[in-house]
Design a protein around this ligand. Structure first.
Ligand code: GRG
Length: 301
């Protein structure tokens, strides 16, 4: 197995892609009636269109660190990716970020229409909870319940959706550093934190290890957001596959706006060191996770 995080992500992403493909098949599941073709096509457009698959790969690597790598882990990883994809579909809607381009392709409401995009997001979100409660995820129903509840909390009012609300309220308004940190830890941090935590829980890691991976997830969550803000300032729409300069356009306060790019880069360096210190007890077994932390900081899209 390679230690180049780019190649590793691509390698693992293929398993995620294949599992998502199965979850988004035409065939209705027991207790479903039919899967309306237009809605399914819109869901597939939103979920099978070439994301980096960072969150599911983090679930897989965190589980692997504690000795578990099987289809159940992949199912849990895909449940999280379905939530991420739903959030992007809804985030791109005219009522939110109003974007025409995502992952280098037309956004779902552009390729279909707004009503279909709203429903596609709703159905991706709901499917995620169908998947995370599946028997393959963990033999113990109490663990499945824990993973499901934690996923709800990371995604909902006190997590990603709440963070998005705070972010929408930030337009043309001053925010303190503490406020920006809080909203970002909810909007983008909560799913990355969950990814690392869920991996450890799936593999029955000791609670001290679950806590350590949680902290690792928080650190890379902040690093991810800082890197994203830097890219929004510095990268072109072509490399990103989506519009850039959106934060400044919307008058949104970001940590990069507050600190400037030099201090942001220093902070990113510090966060990578902190992430590596957190993984130090696991030695070379955590090499991939550590490489992924560096990838998040150095990513170009
Ligand atoms: C609509 C409830 C709701 C929430 C939306 C995630 C989110 C909240 C908004 C996305 C806005 C945005 C661009 C945030 C910056 C961080 C982010 C989530 C970037 C996209 O994630 P990547 O880079 O995307 O992992 P890929 O395409 O690789 O999956």
């Amino acid at each position: 197995m390679t230690l180049d995080p780019n190649q590793h992500l691509t390698f693992q992403a293929k398993f995620v892609e294949a599992t998502l493909e199965t979850l988004l098949a035409t065939q209705a599941l027991p207790d479903e009636t039919v899967r309306p073709p237009r809605l399914l096509a819109a869901m597939r457009h939103g979920a099978l269109n070439g994301g980096k698959r960072l969150r599911p790969v983090l679930v897989m690597e965190a589980a692997n660190l504690f000795g578990r790598a099987d289809d159940g882990v992949l199912q849990a990883a895909c449940a999280l990716e379905l939530i991420h994809c739903y959030s992007l579909v809804h985030d791109d809607l005219p009522a939110m970020d109003d974007d025409d381009l995502r992952r280098g392709q037309p956004t779902v409401h552009k390729a279909y229409d707004e009503a279909t995009a709203i429903l596609a997001g709703d159905a991706l979100l709901t499917l995620a909870f169908d998947v995370i409660t599946g028997e393959a995820v963990h033999a113990d129903a109490a663990v499945r319940l824990r993973l499901s509840r934690e996923l709800a909390r990371a995604s909902g009012i006190g997590g990603m959706a709440g963070g998005q609300m705070l972010d929408l309220e930030s337009e043309h308004r001053e925010r303190s550093e503490a406020e920006i940190r809080q909203l970002q830890s909810m909007k983008t941090g909560a799913l990355l934190r969950y990814a690392c935590r869920a991996g450890a829980i799936l593999a029955d890691a000791a609670e001290a290890d679950v806590d350590r991976l949680t902290r690792f997830g928080e650190v890379i969550g902040l690093a991810f957001q800082l890197a994203d803000d830097l890219l929004d300032v510095e990268a072109s729409a072509e490399t990103m596959g989506k519009a850039t300069g959106k934060d400044a356009e919307a008058g949104k306060a970001t940590l990069v706006g507050l600190w400037g790019t030099d201090r942001t880069r220093n902070e990113l360096g510090r966060l990578v060191e902190e992430a590596e210190t957190l993984l130090a007890p696991y030695g070379s077994r955590a090499a991939i996770l550590s490489a992924l932390a560096r990838f998040i900081v150095n990513r170009t899209n």
